[in-house]
Every structure is written in C-alpha cells, then in structure tokens.
Design a protein. Structure first.
Length: 367
C-alpha cells in the first residue's frame, strides 16, 4: 500500500482546491511545489503591513454561486471593486470603457451620442465580421479608443501585432454606455482579507506539504509514493517538449517601497502607449486599503516566455491550440495522472474557472 492516495504537483489554486476536497473525503494527500512557498501565482506577501500580490493583481470575481460559496469558506473577502485607470501619455481615462471614457475622448454626454460615434468609426473602418483582435476592438469601441487605449497596451502584453491575435481575447472587454466604473460584470467579487496566502494555507490544512521540490527532477521516487498524480505544471514540460514548445507569456515585476502614503490613488493604472516599457503599475495597498505611511508599487513588464522563465498564461492562438491538442492526446494515454489548471490544461483561466475545474474533477475522481 502506497503512503498517499494523491500526489498533487503544484500548490496553486487548482492543486490546493483538489487537495482540500481529497482530504475532506478522507484521502491521504501530499502536495509539492518547486517554489519555497505555497500558493502559486496568487501568492501574497506582507510588506510594510501591506499585502503585496507577488505575481501581479489577482481580483477574485465570479457569477458562479457554487464557487463563491465554496471559496468564502476559507477566507472572508472584502468589497474591493476593480476600477482600473488608463494612462495614455499623461491623459487619464476610465477603464472599463464607459460614459466617462467617451465624454473625455469625444465630449459626448449621452449614450446615444457615444453609440453613434462608435458606429461611425466602425463603418469608416469597414469592419463587419471581425477576424482578429484589431477588428474586434474597432467593432466594439471604434478606432479612437483602439488606437489610444487598446493597441499599445495589448501589443506590449502579448508581444504580437493586434492583427495577429485572435478576436476572442478581447471579446470579454467591458464596454458600457453607463457611468459604471466596475470592470467586472460579476455578482460576487473581492479580495481575501489578510491576503491569498492565508486562504491557501487553510485549503492545504490536512495535506502534507513539501516545498523546494521539483517533481520532474524527482519523478521516479515521487511517483511511487502515491496512487494518483494531480499535475498542474506545463503539459509540454511534462512530456519533455517532445512535440515542440507551447508558447506562453511571462511577466516580471519591479517592486519598490516608497516613502509616500499614496503614489497613484488607485490599485491598477494601465499604461496604454507603446513607448512606456511597462504595461501597468500596481499600488498594492488599495487592494485592501490601509493607512500605512508608506506604499508598495510594482511595475509590470510582459515578455515572451523562454526556457527557464516562469510561464504565466498560454497563448491560445491557432498554432498553439493545435499543438496542445496533440499533447492532450499524450496526456490521455498516461495512467494514474490528471492534468489540471492553467498550465496543465493550457487554458487562459480566471480564478473562478480554475476552482470550478478543480471542483468538477475532484467530484468525478474522488470516491
């Protein structure tokens, strides 16, 4: 008899949720992570009594009541509302695109005026059936907003021309003919009070946890410890890239403590011109507002992933989707292993979708 029922590779949201469900069902679980701490990319660290999102802004939002009821059992959430600001060469605009944006850009004051302006620009651009991100953006908000507030930011974020990116990436972009500044159209949203790391700790209660442990470097000895493996790392890396490399985007951060209590007055400011090297600046204290005399900011830079970098999110274009389909066939032929999460399933998941996927898989798997 093996020591564990499940070996969970990766202590991010998918791995932690699966582990919690397994422990709840009386299973013996070992969770490993190659990093020196748990939590994956939702890790939060306390700096100057401010909860710093170590790997970029993570704002939980969902319309899935089942997911919300589940995750709020492990943390109390605040009422944070995501209202980012766009900075284009010193001009500030509201995100999501709404009547504040349209008024500043065009001087319009009614929704009808804004709708007519966008319709005129869409017609002038000749966009009828969007085939790429550029055309999709113009069909949604017209050429002015596309050129000022979408093009530069998106091309920095993805490292590709907007004409080369699929239209679906921007379909969820919120466009409102109201003065609603809430970026997410979600019934439930917020950030765990005390940070995500404490929430992950609660999810992992009852599991054995080993950090600084690289699964693929120690696969042979780790595999014999459990009946089943839950793998949340990159699927192509698991197979030693034998079909080729899937493409990912990576992100790096320059974080600093400033001797001011308020740097930008907002949690997230996107820099939408192409000349500014960073995509956005995050001021962490506004995720869970505090009266600390100092503040912590992070400049975020997006880059093409290369071997040795931390993969953040997949590039779900046609070429990569085809390659992933081939890797998925290999995964289905493997015994006693489940591939899950953003990297294991090569999907651009929001946090609620990761939780939903882990809950669904655990329900099917754990008996």
């Amino acid at each position: 008899m093996k020591k564990y029922d499940y070996l969970v590779v990766g202590s991010g949201l998918y791995g932690a949720v699966f582990a919690e469900r397994a422990v709840k069902s009386g299973k013996r679980v070992l969770v490993i992570d190659k990093r020196p701490y748990a939590g994956g990319n939702i890790r939060t660290d306390e700096v100057e009594n401010i909860h710093v999102h170590k790997y970029g802004a993570h704002i939980f939002h969902t319309n899935n009541k089942h997911v919300w009821d589940y995750i709020t059992g492990f943390a109390e959430f605040n009422r944070f509302t995501n209202s980012p600001v766009a900075n284009y060469c010193g001009e500030l605009y509201s995100l999501p695109f709404n009547m504040y944006t349209f008024n500043k850009l065009w001087g319009v004051v009614t929704p009808l005026e804004a709708e007519r302006k966008i319709a005129e620009q869409r017609k002038s651009a000749g966009v009828t059936e969007p085939k790429n991100l550029e055309e999709q953006a113009i069909s949604l908000v017209g050429t002015d907003i596309y050129e000022k507030l979408i093009k530069g930011y998106t091309e920095k974020q993805w490292g590709r021309s907007c004409r080369e990116l699929p239209a679906f990436i921007i379909r969820r972009l919120p466009v409102r003919f109201t003065f609603d500044n809430n970026y997410f159209n979600a019934r439930y949203q917020g950030i765990p009070i005390g940070g995500y790391s404490k929430m992950i700790e609660k999810l992992l209660e009852g599991s054995d946890v080993r950090l600084n442990t690289d699964y693929l470097l120690n696969k042979k000895e780790l595999d014999v410890m459990a009946d089943r493996i839950i793998y949340t790392g990159p699927i192509d890396e698991y197979f030693s890239y034998k079909l080729g490399y899937l493409e990912y985007r990576s992100v790096r951060f320059e974080t600093e403590i400033l001797n001011t209590d308020n740097f930008q007055g907002n949690a997230v400011v996107n820099y939408t011109d192409s000349e500014t090297p960073w995509t956005r600046i995050i001021e962490h204290k506004w995720f869970d507002p505090s009266d600390q005399p100092k503040t912590v900011i992070s400049r975020e830079y997006s880059s093409e992933w290369k071997l040795g970098d931390e993969p953040y999110y997949p590039v779900n274009d046609e070429k990569n989707s085809k390659l992933y389909a081939e890797y998925k066939k290999l995964a289905e032929s493997e015994k006693n292993i489940i591939f899950g999460g953003r990297l294991g399933e090569y999907k651009y998941y929001d946090m609620d979708a990761v939780i939903a996927s882990a809950l669904k898989k655990s329900k099917m798997e754990i008996v």
